[in-house]
Design a binder for this molecule. Sequence first.
Ligand SMILES: [Zn+2]
Ligand SMILES: [Zn+2]
Length: 430
Amino acid sequence: MNRLLIRNGILLDPAQNIEGKRDLYIEEGIVKQVAEEITQVPEGTEVMDAAGCWVMPGFIDLHVHFRDPGLTYKECIETGSKSAAAGGVTTVCTMPNTKPITDSVEIVEYVKTEAAKAPYTHVLPIAAVTMGQKGTDIVDLPALKEAGICAISEDGRSVMNAKVMKEAMKQCAQLGIPVFDHCEDENLAGGCINDGEVSKKLGLPGVSRDAENAMTAREILLAESTGAQLHICHVSTKESAEIIRVAKAHGSKVTAEVGPHHFALSDEDILREPHSKYKMNPPLRTPEDVEAMKQALADGTLDAIATDHAPHGAEEKTADLMKSMNGIIGMETSWAISKKELVDTGVLTPLQLVEKMSTNPAKILGINKGTLAEGCCADICIADPNEEYVVEDKFYSKANNCPFIGWKLKGRIKTTILSGRIVYKDNIII
Ligand SMILES: [Zn+2]
Ligand SMILES: [Zn+2]
């Protein structure tokens, strides 16, 4: 029998309202006992000392791109899963803009099969909203639900036809499938960095804020009229955050996520160093938007932190901002960057950060995770909040398109445990 005792750590578990020293005893992948001190355990139990470390429910990343099937030169499910484990991420939701698009039971089954071969994180596939993400024919939602999708999303774009989107939302409301929404009106889109002072100074075409703002409003209204469970992906503008804030105040059940890059970086960084490592969609916005993201996290407008982990090949992320592809990798740095920008600056408490990375994502997915209460799955992240280091150009991801290389951080993931099994320890995948 697989038995593990984690001793002397500081348990951070918002669902149980615990922030203090606790021992955890785990048996066959399940948390069996949580107590201030556990002295009696069965013979043969592995004992791990977590003194000085934070013990947290493993992180749940609602938004990642594992590029598998079809684009595995960027990432595959195995390397993506290892990258997750190295970041303390024990559940990921994989976006469907693969090749072919994840729009059928067959592709969902493929993702699940590959994920089973790489047991470093739990992989929950997201299906597209429309066949081939072409925006016209809605996928077979009952069959895909049966196949085990956790949500649908057209990520990379919006379903431009409001009638099609409304019908998809209506079906999702009936079937209980969450809708994860990349909000971008393509008629207002285009450009390579945020439209504003920096794009003027650099002479680069700007991405309109209106593209995100207008679609955020439309989707919230459609969700209201259909009863769909709507989750807004990668919020980046202060207006979009405000629309969500107002909707929530009026009783909307909408939820929303933000990527670490949208509160850690701004378009001022591009002015300083015009490089494609700062190119993503939505783009880095202004310092004022960065402050608005922090405020929205603090007041609960933004429920979750999700990375939008988007690996690319080196030749796709050259210095050329115009030609380069959008996106950065994020899982291996997301907690430490979030701690630096949010906890160390007093925006969130350590417990609130766990809420944004574990508790709330689990609630959005409606899964029995995101807590280490007795009887729950032993998906655990153990981190040293005081270890200082510099982010190296060395990742478990196949890609290295990360704007945080060279950053000095305080707080390091030490151990990741998946269903009671140690999958990552001291920089090594096990
Ligand atoms: Zn997106
Ligand atoms: Zn994405």
